[in-house]
Design a protein around this ligand. Structure first.
Ligand code: GTP
Length: 358
């Protein structure tokens, strides 16, 4: 039996207001909650039991899992108070059934990746490692903590975000998926918040434990910010990102019960959620529209997220922006450049315009 822990208890603050009603891993990506993509990938890698480490809005996971059959045993562990990444792994280990020397795969709940999970476990076992980290290379490492490794793959340091060009000693970063030997998890302090990145990894290195890094250059994207969330969904719909939950990639994904006028154009990897309406001459490009939204006529939506039940009035322009659940955007408004409209907010007609567009 192979077991895994999926960390899904964070508050998802960077994705607010989308995460007010729905925890980040339960937001729909290419038509299903992001967690489903991850559970199905774990299943396909031979993992037979997965513990969901929940905290924020744990109720949303519980009801979804109770109604689903994903071909793998799913167990829910819920922290009474959030324990951070390390504390959550420690708490979830109480729900594992394996032995102290067994490998346990840990996934961050917001990373879309094609990493070869099986190869990661094989590498972990062949090096008799305590922890094996999946590392990815990024073009611009300035926004990330860096993880240099030796030629043999041993992690040398965990470095904070580089402040100067000299501090960029590698382009390798922690990609948010690890294999832990079970006994190492059991050594994490219990019952208090612990950060695996800031506390556990540095302590293991200082104790000269075998912390290995495996660089995988396949698809990787952290969906924690709105524009990355849109990009990940678009890549899944178009077939540029791997997921067993996407069986027929295409130009767009239109779920059941929608009403889309023939003159509307849904393109660029857009997902239109269940029961959503799109009016005549509107274009929705490279965007994610959740269930039961209503989009008027002559609307242009690009690179944006439209929340559940939101209403977008006629002739609105929405680009690179987020509209929260059940918000109402009156006709003729223009939202651009990272605008976020809160859950249930109401914007009258013609309130927001951009002067550069006459
Ligand atoms: P932001 O608030 O936007 O940074 O998002 P986040 O809350 O998801 O935090 P972050 O992306 O740093 O978390 C990495 C992973 O760990 C995510 O999958 C989170 O769901 C998860 N996580 C973070 N804190 C906790 C916690 O206290 N408990 C549990 N169970 N999971 C957590």
């Amino acid at each position: 039996m192979r077991e895994a822990i999926l960390l899904v208890g964070g508050q998802g603050t960077r994705l607010r207001p989308l995460t007010i009603n729905t925890p980040k891993p339960m937001l729909p990506v290419a038509g299903v909650p992001f967690t489903v993509h991850q559970i199905m990938r774990a299943r396909d890698a031979g993992i037979t039991r997965i513990v969901l480490a929940t905290s924020y809005r744990a109720d949303v996971f519980a009801s979804f899992i109770a109604d689903s059959d994903l071909g793998i045993e799913v167990v829910i562990a819920t922290e009474e108070v959030p324990l951070g990444t390390g504390g959550a792994i420690r708490f979830a280990s109480g729900f594992l059934t394996g032995d102290s020397e067994d490998p346990v795969v840990i996934f961050n709940g917001d990373v879309l990746t094609g990493v070869d999970i099986d190869a990661l476990i094989t590498s972990h076992e062949s090096h008799c490692a305590d922890v094996t980290l999946y590392l990815t290379r990024v073009a611009d490492p300035r926004a990330y903590g860096l993880v240099p490794t030796s030629p043999e793959g041993r992690v040398l340091q965990f470095l904070e975000k580089p402040q100067t060009p000299e501090e960029i000693v590698t382009d390798q970063i922690n990609a948010g998926c690890y294999v832990f030997t079970r006994s190492v998890i059991d050594s994490i302090p219990e019952g208090r918040p612990v950060s695996v990145e800031r506390e556990i990894f540095p302590v293991l290195l200082a104790a000269d434990r075998a912390v290995m890094g495996v660089v995988d250059s396949g698809y990787w994207l952290d969906l924690g910010q709105p524009m990355d969330f849109v990009a990940g969904s678009v890549d899944l719909v178009l077939g540029n990102a791997p997921s067993p939950a996407v069986t027929s990639p295409g130009e767009s994904l239109i779920l059941t019960g929608t009403t889309i006028e023939a003159s509307a154009n849904i393109c660029g990897g857009t997902t239109i959620g269940k029961g959503t309406k799109v009016g005549s001459n509107s274009e929705v490009r490279a965007s994610v529209v959740f269930d039961s939204a209503s989009i008027g006529s002559n609307v242009s939506i690009t690179n944006s997220i439209i929340g559940q039940g939101a209403m977008i009035g006629d002739s609105c322009v929405i680009a690179d922006s987020v509209v929260g659940d059940f918000a109402q955007i009156g006709a003729g408004n223009e939202l651009r450049n990272g605008a976020r409209v809160w859950v249930n907010a109401e914007l009258d007609e013609l309130v927001v315009r951009f002067s550069s567009d006459k």
